[in-house]
Design a protein around this ligand. Sequence first.
Ligand code: ADP
Ligand code: MG
Length: 253
Amino acid sequence: MSRVIAIANQKGGVGKTAIAVNLPVFLTAFGKKVLLVDIDPQANATFSLGIKPRDLNISLYEALLGQVSPKDIIKKTPFLAFDIMPTSHNLAGANIELVNMENREFKLKEALDIVKDQYDFVLIDCPPSLGLLTLNALIAADEVLIPVQCEYLAMEGLGQLLQNIKLINDNLEMNIKVLGSVMTMYNRKNRVCAAISKDLRRSFPGYVFDTVIPRTVSLSESPVTGKTILRHSPNSRAVHAFRELAREIISKN
Ligand code: ADP
Ligand code: MG
């Protein structure tokens, strides 16, 4: 059985894409087959994995509109042991075109239902909004992983997202589970981080991962090189963190 996990937070810059492109490397190392789906029109995940969005003839956009089979847009890259459904910037247009389609919020689910059985994990990198594309991702997902940056006001966004998941579950009779929240850009020396971490664990008991993703320069550099953290800086503390996060996710099912 595959597990479809949306990596979501309507705030931008909280580390969604950093997790989306690095976590598969470590899930793969534990023997899991992984598909990463990029549903953010900014195409940061696609770009971070060395694929130029501009060079793609077909991508998630065409699959969501039903113009091509979702199977045909999956890319296997020779140097990464996981598959990618890349996106190009024209996905921004899908927001508008999808609006007029029937079952517009189920398009990603329909596409993933065709391919997900080939994988143990399907991870979806969401855009920084609660719009139609994120709604598609949440509906396609069995579970939601919520990266939270350790800063004040982080909790407000989290509460809003949890509320949205509840609305979807109640109104569409779905059963999307909150897999948990992972703290990102964690600075051990910063007292604010420690305070927020404590607050979060108290407010959402059982939902916050033990693992925190540290703030490291190597993570901010690796997207530009088209390499995952393991290739860019194998000795980074972040490598250890992603491995532990992968372990926690595998054990939580
Ligand atoms: P999102 O996808 O939520 O918008 P990103 O993953 O793109 O966020 O992260 C925003 C920026 O911060 C990017 O430039 C990224 O390289 C950087 N970044 C992400 N995680 C970390 C981290 N743990 N430490 C340092 N920089 C990070
Ligand atoms: Mg992103």
